[in-house]
Design a protein around this ligand. Structure first.
Ligand SMILES: *Cc1c(COP(=O)(O)O)cnc(C)c1O
Ligand code: SF4
Length: 326
């Protein structure tokens, strides 16, 4: 088991029986949910469970398994962002000359039902061994064109502060690496993990640190999540927001405006709104491109310019993120 399989506030819900016990699905739905959970990881932290009213609300929809996930539609792909061909060593994805991803583990605090990496993320999948991590870090040291190391996964904030700190310190010591970035859902999914030790690990890198926080609904910015984000911002971390456009969660003008305003209040600068990647069984979240374009255009002028995210889609051929146009 990787670090962090229990949260700071207790045990996460990880199976169909737990969903029933928590009142998140009715007993009659347990068998279907168990089938989905056998295929795609399930986790709901106590913090997130406390935000869910029912399975159809914008928080519940993101995390509660649905039988529709077992049906893969034509055009849905196991590796929709085509990371495979851009992997020079295990755990690294190098698609753009000046920056590369490091995926030290594939565990997350919660498992989103629309995840584009759902075929590989999970509680016991994909932790790099010491030797693999060493080889990945050596690749960064030996690739001078790379100016930014982007830690993702899985969720790098699931590592212990000591382990994350060691990775960041080694990357931060590389002369050609100018900035570090971490993509995470932890501040809004398991905010207690953002403690003094984790903040110290970020500061210890000795280079500017950007943290891109994945959140999709204004209600994710409340209580302990706001405190966690404030601890990061107060430590000098630059916070960026990234979201996925999801039917039933944020696909209305009001929901999207509320989301970006909640980010700005938390000192999180909206960065990307991602079009849904066609991973297996995620079709129920799909929103037409034209609607997404109109929603983002509708924000312009209504909210501060820096609160308008860029609406992007990942190219299926591995060409990277491209702005979506109607
Ligand atoms: C998304 C991604 C990045 C980061 O891209 P930005 O546009 O800088 O946020 C870097 N490398 C890979 C392989 C990516 O998929
Ligand atoms: S946090 Fe990110 S990687 Fe993890 S399940 Fe959600 S979308 Fe996937």
């Amino acid at each position: 088991m990787p670090d962090g399989t229990t949260t700071r506030q207790g045990r996460s819900i990880r199976d169909a029986r737990g969903l029933v016990a928590a009142g998140l699905i009715p007993p009659g739905a347990e068998a279907d949910a168990a089938q989905v959970a056998a295929r795609y990881a399930v986790a709901i932290t106590p913090h997130v469970a406390g935000l869910i009213g029912d399975a159809s609300d914008p928080i519940g929809l993101q995390y509660i398994p649905d039988p529709a996930e077992l049906v893969t539609a034509p055009g849905e792909l196991d590796d929709p962002t085509a990371d495979g061909p851009f992997t020079p060593v295990r755990g690294v994805v190098h698609r753009y000359p000046d920056r590369a991803l490091l995926k030290p583990l594939l565990a997350c605090p919660v498992y989103c039902r629309f995840c584009f990496r759902r075929e590989v993320v999970g509680p016991d999948g994909g932790v790099l061994t010491e030797a693999e991590l060493d080889a990945a870090l050596a690749w960064f040291e030996g690739t001078p064109a790379v100016r930014e190391a982007v830690l993702t996964g899985g969720d790098p904030f699931m590592l212990s502060a000591r382990r994350l700190g060691a990775i960041l310190a080694r990357l931060g010591a590389v002369p050609h690496i100018e900035t570090l970035r971490v993509h995470t859902r932890v501040p809004v999914a398991d905010p207690g993990r953002v403690d003094g030790a984790l903040v110290a690990a970020l500061r210890g890198a000795g280079k500017p640190v950007f943290v891109a926080v994945h959140a999709n609904h204004a209600r994710e910015f409340a209580g302990p999540a706001l405190e966690a984000l404030a601890r990061l911002a107060d430590a000098g971390v630059v916070l960026l927001g990234q979201s996925v456009l999801l039917r039933g969660v944020n696909d209305s003008g009001g929901a999207l405006e509320d989301l970006v305003r909640a980010m700005v209040r938390a000192r999180v600068r909206p960065y990307y709104l991602h079009a849904l990647d066609p991973a297996p069984g995620v079709g129920r979240f799909s929103v037409p491109d034209a609607k997404g374009v109109a929603l983002v255009e509708g924000l312009r002028g209504k909210v501060p310019g820096f609160a308008v995210p860029v609406f992007v889609r990942e190219s299926e051929n591995g060409g990277g993120k491209k702005p979506v146009s109607a």
